[in-house]
Design a protein. Sequence first.
Length: 228
Amino acid sequence: MGKGIIIAIDGFSSTGKSTIAKLLANKYNYIYVDTGAMYRAVTLFAKKNNFVGEDFLDEEKLVLNLKNISLSFKFNKDLGFAEMYLNNVNVEKKIRTLEISQLVSKVSTISKVRSKLVAEQQLMGKNSGIVMDGRDIGTVVFPNADLKLFMTASADKRARRRYKELIDRGDIVDYKDILFNVEERDRIDSTREDSPLIRAEDAIEFDNSDMGIKEQFERICTLIDRII
Ligand code: DC
């Protein structure tokens, strides 16, 4: 096997990006970085400090406090992937709630938040051999990535997946709220001024509304094996 490559996976929420990314990282022994977790951790910080809520966002205060946010990933051997730490506290569970999902797109529109996280993500890719998923990886973080994938699926399929995930972990949620959140995040993520979610020209698109993870994974491995 040659030198590790950079694989950028972008797409809408709940399109199975992280499932595919984790499988790829495992198979090729690459580092996996879930950039959505980083935006979620900043949102958790903003929420705790009352810089963001359902109907407000204090952009100025959040930006002034960005220096007090330290993000890191620590590999959890039992789970087989790295968990998100905010100021050295494991926040993996706290960042996955519907409440954070409802605030994260708003926080992600702030350019100073984006430039801080993009710089950290680019550093992580310095040594190659990385699978990174998010919304702007192939367009902004690694425009020269060796392989770019763009995942889509119908809003209904995605909301059903997210609903199942939350129910399985014991959260009490309503399907209608999840569908609304999925559609609302699509809208904000795709229309924001700074690095909106768009498919990079050279990204390969996968619509997995009706495609199983196994089939998709195999197709992507074929693409990777042609490169490495
Ligand atoms: O992948 P996710 O659903 O956990 O991401 C949560 C939010 O974070 C998403 O709605 C938009 C934002 N995000 C972003 O703006 N840029 C990224 N690279 C990753 C996520």
